[in-house]
Write a protein that binds this ligand. Structure first.
Ligand code: PGA
Length: 251
């Protein structure tokens, strides 16, 4: 595992965008595993900027997103379909039909999960999976005590996650209670993982995830067992790790 420390959010975004760019330049038909949330926004802005400058071409690339809320349609402003279109896809040149997310409106959720797994496998697997980390240590919507051996599946959201996401809805009651998420096993099958984090409120969970015991109680801790993980985080998010394992961190 490589851990990069950046001064601030902007530098974190730029470094992570550099890693994604390198992937797309070296393999134009990469399958990018993408994530939503606040953390990746700066990365998408940076990639759009480089695309506008002519430095990046997504025309042969594919994307598969980690998750989607159950019950939100793609045109709902809080759906992850909407987020991805607004913040990334509509600004760059992915080919039509190359961007995939789970369908939160599917009538048969289990069939949708199976379809999504097959889709990822038919694409040849994920070249690089971008991940944020939740306050609970969740990755995707794999909340504490999720089984490590699951592929895409439906989950009940953790109360802390509902609370954290409530800021995007008019009231906590409107936050969907379920989501479809790639499972820990799907995430672990990605060839490369890029975990990003910023802010002091992620410092403790980042430390537990990367240096604590590997346990379903901290879903992100499984990443310690993945052979190709890069972490890019700002100083605030790395503050606890710096106290205990500064030797493991590069600038
Ligand atoms: P955030 O979410 O980027 O909005 O902090 C991260 C996550 O929940 O995975």
């Amino acid at each position: 595992m490589q851990i990069f420390r950046t001064q601030d959010y902007q530098a974190m975004s730029r470094k992570a965008a550099n890693i994604i760019s390198a992937q797309v330049i070296i393999n134009p038909s990469s399958v990018l595993g993408l994530a939503t949330g606040s953390t990746p926004l700066g990365i998408y802005r940076q990639l759009i900027d480089w695309y506008n400058k002519g430095d990046l071409d997504f025309s042969k690339a594919y994307s598969v997103n980690l998750d989607e809320y159950v019950g939100l349609s793609p045109d709902h402003e809080q759906s992850y379909h909407y987020y991805m279109n607004e913040n990334f896809f509509s600004h760059v040149n992915f080919a039509e039909g190359h961007n995939y997310l789970p369908d939160g409106m599917a009538k048969d959720i289990d069939a949708e999960c199976a379809r999504y797994d097959k889709l990822i496998s038919d694409l040849g697997g994920i070249s690089l999976q971008l991940l944020g980390i939740g306050h609970t240590g969740h990755i995707g919507f794999n909340e504490p005590n999720a089984a490590f051996d699951k592929m895409t599946h439906a989950v009940d959201l953790h109360p802390k996650t509902i609370e954290a996401n409530a800021r995007f809805f008019a009231s906590p009651d409107e936050v969907p209670k379920q989501a479809i998420t790639m499972g820990i096993k799907s995430i672990m099958q990605a060839k490369q993982i890029l975990l990003v984090a910023n802010g002091a409120e992620k410092a403790e969970i980042l430390y537990e995830s990367l240096f604590g015991p590997v346990t379903p109680a901290v879903p992100a801790s499984i990443l310690q067992l993945h052979p190709n993980v890069t972490v890019v985080a700002d100083e605030a998010a790395l503050s606890v790790i710096m106290q205990h394992h500064s030797e493991a961190v590069s600038r």
